[in-house]
Design a protein around this ligand. Structure first.
Ligand SMILES: C[S@@+](CC[C@H](N)C(=O)[O-])C[C@H]1O[C@@H](n2cnc3c(N)ncnc32)[C@H](O)[C@@H]1O
Length: 415
């Protein structure tokens, strides 16, 4: 496929639409250039891959793809025995897993995993096998893909723990100069830390966590103060806010949050302030920036000490939200992590604002779709190498493509 066509596909638009889009804005042009370079790089890799195969291996690869599409396991096994690469790709970059998922061949999926086919491989348009199973309504296949995704991620985590590969959260974000602009909070690169369009999500979180007044609440991460404003409307008896960034803290003081009745601000990172908290809260919310899934998991582990017996814990759920399949895997992993801590998780579904309603992209770097896909593809490109998506949590967690937001409600397990 020609480079232009591949770029258009990645942007999910027609080839003819791109020139006018590029003319509109130098930032979009910059984004498109990055994409072109990425596609060229992919082309080079593809060529190298082609050259890697002998004629015999290519024939076996084609035989494998056909057998998988036909749902013929014996022939698929024979193709592998005859030297087919288990991850042989067709012209769309789809591997046997994509094809088996698209056609709903569960037995073949199980066999592919036993042959160590990775669960999270993407095609040249960033499509996962999970998305193809979902689109074609192959529920049992989707379930098998989800299970494998969770299994693989948990194994990877266990290996990282043994290797002592437990990264400290980066302090880069906390050292950057932030600025507030209308209803947005942006970092030094003009990347949005928080945007006003998330207001309805925050209002829903507050409502779900605080069904009545006079409760005792904890919020980690002030940002625009959207959730704190909503919590205030519910008249909490005690309202603790943990915030680590000096510019956000200064903004809070300027707005007089330190003088509001019942409000206490703990200035510092939650990692340093939470261990000192002895109070039990009826509602706890977590939404930070510049942190990884592992940090969220560490925060989960502090909940049993801080939540009152009938309390509710919730967190901003942007896990893997650039892709429905990845999102579902991470929601399930989080549920498993919380269960181990004695907490149940219920995901309450609500519609997310549409792209038009999110018109607030104006004035920030990520406002245009090309950037969205540039960062997404870049992350997936890295992912293919480390075979984990969880590390991408921070970088992408504001740019979700999901129509439905899954709001987590966590409580102590009763049995
Ligand atoms: C996405 S914003 C929170 C938005 C907030 N939920 C709202 O409704 O406006 C994330 C906030 O977490 C803060 N933050 C980032 N890392 C933190 C940490 N380790 N401890 C405490 N706050 C942190 C950021 O400075 C930022 O104010």
């Amino acid at each position: 496929m020609a480079t232009e066509e591949r770029v258009a596909k990645k942007l999910r638009m027609e080839k003819t639409e791109i020139p006018s889009l590029i003319q509109q804005d130098p930032l979009v042009a910059e984004g498109a250039e990055v994409l072109v370079e990425m596609v060229k790089e992919e082309d080079k890799e593809e060529e190298e891959e082609e050259e890697r195969y002998t004629e015999e291996e290519k024939a076996a690869g084609e035989q494998l793809l056909k057998a998988v599409a036909d749902g013929n396991l014996d022939q698929a096994k024979a193709a592998v025995a005859a030297s087919a690469d288990i991850m042989y790709r067709d012209e769309l970059g789809r591997t046997p897993l994509h094809i088996a998922a698209e056609h709903g061949h569960l037995e073949i999926i199980t066999w592919l995993f036993s042959e160590r086919h990775p669960w999270n491989v993407i095609d040249y348009s960033d499509i996962t096998a999970g998305e193809l199973a979902l689109q074609n309504k192959h529920d049992a296949v989707y379930e098998a893909l989800l299970n494998e995704g969770c299994r693989a991620e948990l194994i990877l985590r266990a290996i990282s723990a043994v290797l002592g590969d437990d990264d400290e959260p980066s302090t880069d974000y906390l050292q950057q100069k932030l600025h507030y602009d209308d209803d947005r909070l942006m970092d030094a690169n003009n990347d949005a830390v928080m945007m006003g369009w998330e207001g309805p999500l925050m209002a829903e979180h507050a409502k779900m966590m605080c069904p009545q007044s006079s409760l005792s609440v904890l919020n980690v991460g002030f940002g625009l103060g959207l959730i704190d404003t909503e919590l205030q409307k519910l008249k909490p008896q005690a309202h603790v806010i943990i915030e680590a960034h000096p510019d956000v803290y200064a903004h809070m003081l300027k707005l007089g949050w330190d003088k509001k009745e019942g409000v206490s601000i703990l200035f510092g990172k939650w990692q340093e302030t939470v261990p000192w908290i002895e109070h039990k809260f009826d509602a706890i919310f977590f939404d930070t920036y510049g942190e990884f899934y592992d940090d969220l998991r560490k925060f989960h582990s502090t909940i049993p000490n801080m939540l009152s017996p009938n309390g509710i814990y919730s967190w901003f759920n942007g896990l893997g939200a650039t892709n429905q399949f990845f999102h579902d895997v991470y929601c399930r992993i989080s549920e498993l992590d919380l269960r181990e801590l004695g907490l149940s998780t219920e995901y309450v579904e609500m519609a997310t604002p549409t792209a038009d309603e999110r018109g607030v992209w104006d004035g920030v770097r990520q406002r245009h779709v090309p950037f969205l896909f540039v960062s997404r593809s870049f992350i997936l490109f890295i992912l293919n190498r480390i075979s984990s998506y969880l590390y991408a949590y921070t970088l992408v967690y504001r740019y979700w493509v999901l129509d439905t937001y899954r709001l987590p409600i966590c409580r102590f397990l009763t049995e």
